[in-house]
Design a binder for this molecule. Structure first.
Ligand SMILES: O=C(O)[C@@H](CO)OP(=O)(O)O
Length: 249
């Protein structure tokens, strides 16, 4: 049996537009992001893919993207599961900082290490920071010492894979088409695992906003062919724009 998995990064957020490190800060979609989500829904509908269940993070930009896209795909009614383990990578003390100024201040090597290295997390955020999630009620059921104060991609994989095993993979194996709307780095964590990408090579992988990425998986949930974007040209341009983000003012 072929198991279908659709990954969608949220549309452009207000902080993507402003070029700020975001992580767990709960910003909403920009007007462009809402448009991108609509397009994603239309692409889904045209493709004939029919998600049966939706997984999202606990962050509004992923939730909004899913709602808009599913509405335009006539699938707004499907079951939904939200979990913090699909959240964006926690960006630590970088949350709220301008990417271009950070690149200028720390230089390209440190900047890329913080953004794209596999296992180097940025400095931790203080609980007193206005951009900390230490007291955010949506995480009230998570033990305080489990709520991250910063994360590397490796730490994202460590928190995401148990959820993949306990929930997402079960729905896939039962024959459901699963759609996940999440974030640039939480999706990089998943793609790294599904495609078995090395710790070094993952640095060069960027996920564009709101273009569905489709996996066809075997019974062991291994890809039976390379995953494909529903709009490959737009995806390549979008991924290049993400890679170049720090350079923008
Ligand atoms: O700021 C962030 O949370 C992420 C995604 O928008 O940025 P980056 O692509 O720099 O990891």
């Amino acid at each position: 049996m072929v198991h279908k998995l659709i990954l969608v990064r949220h549309g452009q957020s207000e902080w993507n537009e402003k070029n700020l490190f975001t992580g767990w800060v709960d910003v909403r979609l920009s007007a462009l992001g809402e448009e991108e989500a609509k397009k994603a829904g239309k692409m889904l509908k045209e493709s004939g893919l029919k998600p049966d269940v939706l997984y999202t993070s606990k962050l509004s930009r992923a939730i909004q993207t899913a709602d808009i896209a599913l509405d335009h795909a006539d699938r707004l009614w499907i079951d939904v599961k939200r979990d913090w383990r699909l959240n964006e990578r926690h960006y630590g003390a970088l949350q709220g900082k301008d990417k271009a100024s950070t690149l200028e201040q720390y230089g390209p090597v440190q900047f890329k290490t913080w953004r794209r290295s596999f296992d180097v997390p940025p400095p931790a955020i203080e609980d007193s920071s206005e951009f900390s999630q230490a007291h955010d009620e949506r995480y009230a059921d998570i033990p305080a010492d489990v709520i991250p104060k910063t994360e590397s991609l490796k730490l994202v994989i460590d928190r995401l894979l148990p959820y993949w095993d306990s929930d997402i993979s079960k729905d896939l194996k039962s024959g459901k088409t699963v759609m996940i709307t999440a974030h640039g780095n939480s999706l990089r964590a998943l793609v790294k695992t599904l495609d078995n990408i090395s710790d070094d090579d993952i640095a060069e992988l960027n996920i564009p906003t709101a273009i569905p990425l489709v996996y066809e998986l075997d019974d062991d949930l291994k890809p039976i062919k390379p995953a494909y974007y529903l709009d490959p040209e737009a995806a390549a341009a979008g991924a290049a724009a993400v890679a170049a983000q720090g350079a923008k003012k």
